[in-house]
Design a protein around this ligand. Structure first.
Ligand code: DLL
Length: 428
């Protein structure tokens, strides 16, 4: 079983634990990772100068480019004979970013995922349908290890082969499903098409993450699969899934960050200065306990806020849903635009469904966005008045004019278990 006591540590004890773990971390990276030694030396900082998490602000950030520059294993702090697993995330350009785990890192990974699944409603003895991809992606094996640690029976389905997934859902009767929100939508749609009444399945919970999603997607998945759906967040560079998790009894209030392992800061995207709780900026993590691949102040590029709320269930800090990634942020005619803003508008219109892509093009010398979105079943994609109505709504709520292309249901590629590509950049 995993240790749930750490989730309710009084704040003072939590800080003391974080500070002790941070001191050990800075000693280790200074000694074992030349990249960090050089960064400390350049700033004239010694490990002993960093005594508490408040001192973190004096340290430089670590960026994804630093990982690429040290591809594949240059930032590892342990020799290969102590590494037990390697994962990599593909990214959209260039070489993948590679991360490693010692035996102890895998223990921590399983522990935080077990915590997350319990927070999402799972109990020992339940059956887990794991439709995250197995392989270099951290989703499949990460969820698998945590579910096993919690005492669940795992069905390692992985992504894709939707028809087979439906058979398993009906015959193996899992209690919980883990997958991307877009694949949960695909499965809900497939159940509807196949005439499966999802109330007859045994599914109770869905744990969705790896890409941003909205409340409208939550209600679509909850109704479509007859489940209670919560958000799981994480990234390979910090550990994988299980960095934070939404509680199934506190839906809509943000996700608990397991801050005894992952210390969060939110910083101004332009100045890098830490922002007060509640303000939106770039999420930065320090992985306090990682051995093989320790990272200090990792710049996630994810935009959100962090805050303590009044919940009595746990003492850990919460984060809001990710609004988007700052590197995904489009700047169109001077206006900052995240695809989730367009999704909000789509969700407010009954004739559309949230299967969409933003095509970014050059119109003369200016950048322009064309929204491709599917209409609901029974609605005509040829109806120009609907396109006009949608376009007007976008202009009113986002302040930008966008061309709109309505598509028939099924015309935009559906998720097969991976992350959906929302932005298609046609500028080059
Ligand atoms: O996506 C790990 C993961 C697997 C998380 C399964 C949840 C479930 P990467 O492939 O390294 O790792 O991608 C990390 O995905 O920086 C976010 O931009 C995005 N992301 C992950 N979870 C969420 C979420 C995994 N719940 C990147 N909401 C992160 C929004 C998410 N974005």
């Amino acid at each position: 079983m995993y240790n749930s006591k750490l989730e309710t540590l009084p704040l003072e004890e939590l800080r003391a634990l974080q500070n002790a773990r941070l001191s050990s971390l800075v000693e280790r990276v200074y000694r074992d990772v030349p990249f960090y030694k050089k960064k400390f030396d350049e700033k004239g900082i010694l490990p002993g100068d960093i005594k508490t998490v408040e001192d973190l602000r004096h340290l430089p950030f670590t960026y994804k480019t630093d990982l690429r520059d040290h591809y594949p294993f240059g930032l590892f702090a342990k020799p290969m004979d102590q590494i037990r697993r390697i994962h990599a995330s593909s990214g959209t350009t260039g070489k993948p970013t590679v991360v490693g785990y010692t035996e102890n890192d895998l223990e921590v990974f399983h522990e935080v995922v077990a915590r997350s699944l319990a927070c999402a409603g799972a109990k020992p003895g339940m059956i887990m349908h794991n439709a995250y991809g197995y392989g270099l992606f951290t989703g499949g094996l990460g969820i698998h290890g945590g579910a096993t640690k919690l005492g669940m029976a795992v069905i390692p389905v992985s992504g894709g082969m939707t028809e087979r997934q439906l058979i398993i859902l009906q015959d193996f009767k899992p209690d919980m499903i883990c997958c991307t929100p877009s694949y949960a939508q695909t499965l809900a749609e497939a159940c509807k098409k196949a005439g499966i009444d999802t109330k007859d399945l045994n599914l109770k919970y869905a744990v969705l993450g790896a890409e941003p999603w909205t409340e409208a997607v939550r209600s679509q998945v909850e109704n479509g699969l007859s489940v209670s759906a919560t958000n799981i967040y994480g990234l390979s560079e910090i550990i994988g899934p299980g960095v934070s998790q939404e509680d199934y009894e506190e839906k809509g209030t943000g996700s608990y960050i397991w801050e005894d392992h992952f210390y969060p800061e939110v910083v101004d995207r332009d100045t890098g200065e830490p922002l007060p709780y509640g303000e939106e900026g770039v999420l930065v993590f320090t992985a306090l306990t990682k051995e093989a691949f320790p990272v200090l102040r990792y710049w996630t590029n994810d935009i959100c806020s962090i805050y303590y709320d009044k919940s009595e269930k746990r003492t850990h800090i919460k984060m809001s849903n990710i609004k988007g990634r700052s590197d995904d942020m489009l700047i169109i005619r001077g206006v900052n635009l995240f695809h989730t803003q367009v999704e909000e508008v789509i969700n407010g219109l009954e004739f559309l469904q949230p299967n969409y892509q933003l095509h970014v093009k050059k119109k003369g010398i200016m950048d322009a966005v064309e929204v491709h979105v599917e209409v609901q079943n029974g609605v005509s994609a040829e109806d120009a008045s609907l396109a006009q109505h949608f376009s007007k709504r976008i202009k009113n709520s986002i302040g930008l004019s966008m061309d709109v292309v309505l598509k028939n249901p099924g015309d935009i590629p559906m998720s097969q278990g991976g992350k959906t590509q929302r932005i298609v950049d046609l500028r080059k």
